[in-house]
Unconditional design. Sequence first.
Length: 133
Amino acid sequence: EANDMMPNVVKWCSNAKYLMFNIGGNDAGYPVYAFFGKCRDWEMLCIKNNIVPVFICPNTMASGWDTNMDTIRTMMLNGELKNSLIVDINNAFCNADGTVNVNAFLNDGRHPTIETHRKIYNLIKSQVPEIFD
């Protein structure tokens, strides 16, 4: 359970200025508000330890997507995590017209290709450049 591990993760990262959380499909299946409550707990744990939390919004382009993740993504983009930096990576998985780029995924339809990982990195770097200082 990630919630039980977080105090140790934050302790291990005590010299870090930022701690990045990538919320993905493996987190699907939790009730939305219970899961989002965990995100808030992680956020507060970071803040208490002088670490800036950085949350990557769930990618909602993968096949077989859990609609709970859409709700979590919306909550993040609407500022529900007030003390965190938020990164939206959906564009890494889209064509220019906003449709899903099926070539952005491995054959499983969920995990990004190497090229998509590069796009994700560039999106993170452009949206929160301060973490690269």
